[in-house]
Design a protein around this ligand. Structure first.
Ligand SMILES: Nc1ncnc2c1ncn2[C@@H]1O[C@H](COP(=O)(O)OP(=O)(O)OP(=O)(O)O)[C@@H](O)[C@H]1O
Ligand SMILES: [Mg+2]
Length: 367
């Protein structure tokens, strides 16, 4: 497991202080695949480097397995090589002058423990087997493909049988197809070895498809964490709703609340709209309404005009293969819809859409 409490890390650069991590808390259970997701510069690498011991934080506590490895209060500091951590960086940092075997053996031969050579050979072979590179042991490392080099970096991180694996954007140098394959391999491997994994990415699809838990970061802070489905279906701010997937956003004023607080009637630029309330977060008079493109429904011409139904005009159609993305104007508001190819209107068509109230989420204004 990994536990991080109130981590704070400021960089000092040219007389300026950058608050790279602010009150970051993580609670990662044994064997969990946990992802830090956020835009460039939000503090993901800083956080993972603090866990690895490559940065010394200003404040907080970090526990890896049963060991307290950093505590500002108690003055505890365990150096990186004694934290029993395997790490893969964005640039794999493979040694180009070494063979595949020598790259993987390196951490075992350089940890000061003088492991017998037979044991080194056995461990390297089983690490290479894990990542399906056993037949490449003698090849010079630069003579591997990108995906194979990626797996080599992973074998090197796993060879010392670490209790936790730290992965900082390890798939970002791969092409789309290979990245998709490696996502599955990486998650399977992490689960098979039951190794606690902290993964960093700015790709929402990677985070959603691989993780048990996703923590979304913004400006050095974790703004929401939960299962991929929770993060996608129940974002608690416009930032999370827009960063994870596509979202249509409307600013709105609250007119009425149902007695049980579960729904709101709001005034928007396209008219009156009924929306689901978002727990405690919509208590103000001004809110933001978020609805996903795949949740906007087309209304058949014969259907009567009902609640949350609006007329619009198709501006543009984008063919995406498995679906069509339609850009539609409803009054002054631009909307994106995802339609099945069989439903496709033409550019310039008038149509009616329904925004199902239960799929509209009211979020705090300014979030
Ligand atoms: N050595 C440093 N000195 C000063 N500022 C730094 C240093 N390293 C990082 N920063 C700043 O700290 C903030 C967080 O950086 P960090 O590398 O953790 O971001 P990130 O989320 O990993 O971004 P990316 O997705 O681009 O890798 C940024 O504003 C960055 O400019
Ligand atoms: Mg980074």
């Amino acid at each position: 497991m990994i536990r991080v409490d109130n981590l704070r890390m400021n960089y000092r650069s040219g007389g300026e202080t950058v608050a790279a991590a602010q009150d970051v808390c993580l609670n990662i259970e044994q064997g969990q695949f946990y992802t830090l997701l956020g835009p460039s510069g939000c503090g993901k690498t800083t956080t993972i480097r603090c866990v690895a011991g490559l940065e010394e934080p200003d404040q907080g506590e970090i526990t890896v397995g049963d060991d307290l490895v950093f505590s500002s209060k108690q003055g505890t500091w365990i150096p990186p090589h004694r934290r029993n951590i395997g790490m893969v960086f964005q640039s794999y940092a493979i040694w180009p002058h070494m063979s595949v075997f020598e790259n993987v053996a390196f951490p075992l031969l350089n940890d000061g423990k003088r492991m017998p050579h037979d044991e080194v050979r056995k461990r390297v072979h089983s690490a290479l087997e894990l990542v399906k590179l056993e037949s490449y042991a003698n090849r010079p490392a630069p003579h591997l493909s990108g995906g194979q080099q990626q797996r080599l970096a992973l074998a090197r991180a796993l060879v010392a049988e670490p209790r936790v694996l730290l992965l900082d954007e390890p798939l970002s140098n791969l092409d789309a197809k290979l990245r998709e394959e490696m996502r599955i391999e990486l998650r399977d491997l992490s689960k098979r070895l039951n190794v606690t994994t902290l993964f960093v990415t700015h790709e929402q699809l990677e985070a959603l498809s691989m993780s048990d838990v996703v923590a979304v970061m913004k400006d050095g802070r974790i703004v929401q964490s939960g299962t991929p489905a929770e993060i996608y279906n129940q974002p608690r701010s416009a930032f999370v709703a827009q960063f994870i997937g596509r979202t249509n956003i409307l600013t709105a004023q609250v007119k009425e609340r149902t007695a049980d607080g579960s729904q709101l009637l709001v005034q928007t630029s396209i008219g009156l709209l009924r929306s689901a309330a978002c727990e405690r977060d919509d208590s103000g008079d001004n809110v933001i309404i978020a609805i996903r493109p795949e949740d906007v429904e087309l209304v058949a011409p014969a259907e009567p005009h009902g609640e949350n139904v609006f007329g619009g005009q198709v501006e543009r159609l984008l063919f995406l293969g498995e679906c069509i993305e339609a850009h539609v104007h409803i009054g002054p508001q631009a909307f994106t819809l995802r339609l099945h190819p069989s439903q496709v209107p033409s550019a310039g068509d008038s149509l009616r859409v329904r925004l199902p109230p239960e799929r509209c989420r009211a979020l705090p204004a300014g979030s």
